[in-house]
Design a protein around this ligand. Structure first.
Ligand SMILES: Nc1ncnc2c1ncn2[C@@H]1O[C@H](COP(=O)(O)OP(=O)(O)OP(=O)(O)O)[C@@H](O)[C@H]1O
Length: 341
């Protein structure tokens, strides 16, 4: 996806990461939505505090931009413990993980983003570390190699993944709690936006915020990003922070009323026009839009399913009648072209 895709749920620049940092809720009380997950986390953290032990390991699963990193920071903050941040792609050898684990202080919260992308050898080391706060370090090579046990400080692992299905069962089973983050509904997104507008000192009409909430793909990161672009528009055009400015700003950036991004639209257009609405397999769809199957499955598809534009069937992905209507394509469900069968 290009750097200028306003509805791409991934962070787009260092400037955005700084901006996100400033807007991040610090406590469970400030964290909007995900009511069930919040309640579950609160219980888990309070029980650990009452018993004077580290909280159980936590797995956060869900599409990008829904608050996994924010929740990991909140876990550390609420437990009054330091946070160490790492990521699956940065752990390419067991040694990389051993270096992190052996330097943790008691009670530290270790956040591993994209944990499904960690090296297999490190995964195996993590099993023992999570269960017994211990690792075995191999010393020497070949026949003379011996394994030396090393005790670790007790820690809480918070793993984040967009693909919980890719985690091996032994790893998944070692998390005491798995939270599945859902897309946010419109009233929740309005709350996220109200909070951000207050923090940015940008007074804006409630109905203008509701319009942004409807176009942000159910994702707080995108909501905050769109708010910034509206603020730019209001500043540059000396316009009122109202519905007209929201519409003008978002139309300028091609954010449609469902908040679909370029890749969402590409997937839908291919599915509707080239494949007559499907059914079509995920890999074929991904190849047709020039994307990884993983991206289509974990980033694009969940939102399109959530808003009712596609359905997953045993025979493949299918467009719904609403999708034909939204894209103005005549309804031809099932009329697959012979060359793609
Ligand atoms: N529940 C929430 N309430 C308020 N703001 C939120 C909430 N969830 C996320 N945000 C905002 O959205 C931004 C993105 O959140 P975060 O980085 O935690 O997402 P993520 O799921 O970790 O994404 P990724 O997987 O891409 O790292 C943050 O700046 C935060 O301010």
């Amino acid at each position: 996806m290009s750097d200028f895709d306003l509805t791409d749920p991934e962070p787009q620049s260092d400037a955005e990461l700084v901006f996100e940092g400033a807007l991040r809720p610090q406590s469970l009380g400030e964290f909007v939505g995900q009511t069930k997950v919040r309640g579950q986390l609160e219980l888990l953290l309070r029980a650990a505090a009452l018993q004077g032990r580290t909280a159980d390991h936590i797995l956060l699963a869900g599409p990008p931009g829904l608050g996994k990193t924010t929740l990991a920071m909140i876990v550390a903050h609420e437990s009054q413990k330091p946070l160490r941040m790492s990521s699956g792609p940065a752990i390419q050898h067991a040694g990389d993980l051993a270096a992190v684990l052996s330097s943790l202080v008691p009670g530290e919260v270790l956040f591993i983003d994209e944990i499904h992308r960690m090296a297999r050898s490190a995964e195996e080391m993590l099993y023992l570390a999570m269960e017994d706060f211990r690792i075995d370090i191999m010393v020497g090579k070949g026949q003379g190699a011996t394994s030396v046990p090393l005790d670790l400080a007790p820690f809480t692992l918070v793993g984040a993944t967009t693909r919980s299905g890719l985690l091996p069962n032994p790893l998944r089973d070692r998390f005491g709690f798995t939270a599945h983050l859902e897309f946010y509904d419109a009233p929740e997104l309005e709350q996220v936006l109200q909070r951000a507008a207050r923090m940015l000192n940008f007074p804006i009409d409630d109905n203008a915020l509701a319009e942004i909430a409807g176009r942000c793909r159910g994702t707080p990161r995108i909501a905050n990003r769109l708010l910034r672009r509206v603020r730019d528009y209001v500043l540059v055009h000396r316009a009122d922070a109202d519905m007209a400015s929201v519409r003008a700003a978002l139309n300028l950036y091609d954010v449609d009323e469902l908040g679909l991004d370029r890749l969402d639209r590409a997937v839908m257009e291919i599915l509707l026009t080239r494949f007559g609405g499907g059914p079509v397999g995920l890999n074929t769809l991904a190849v047709s839009v020039g994307e990884e199957a993983e991206t289509v499955e974990s980033v694009v598809e969940p939102f399109l399913v959530r808003i009712g534009l596609i359905t997953r069937t045993p025979r493949g992905r299918m467009a719904t009648p609403e999708a034909f209507a939204h894209f103005g394509v005549a309804y031809t469900q099932g009329s697959l072209l012979p060359d793609v069968l």
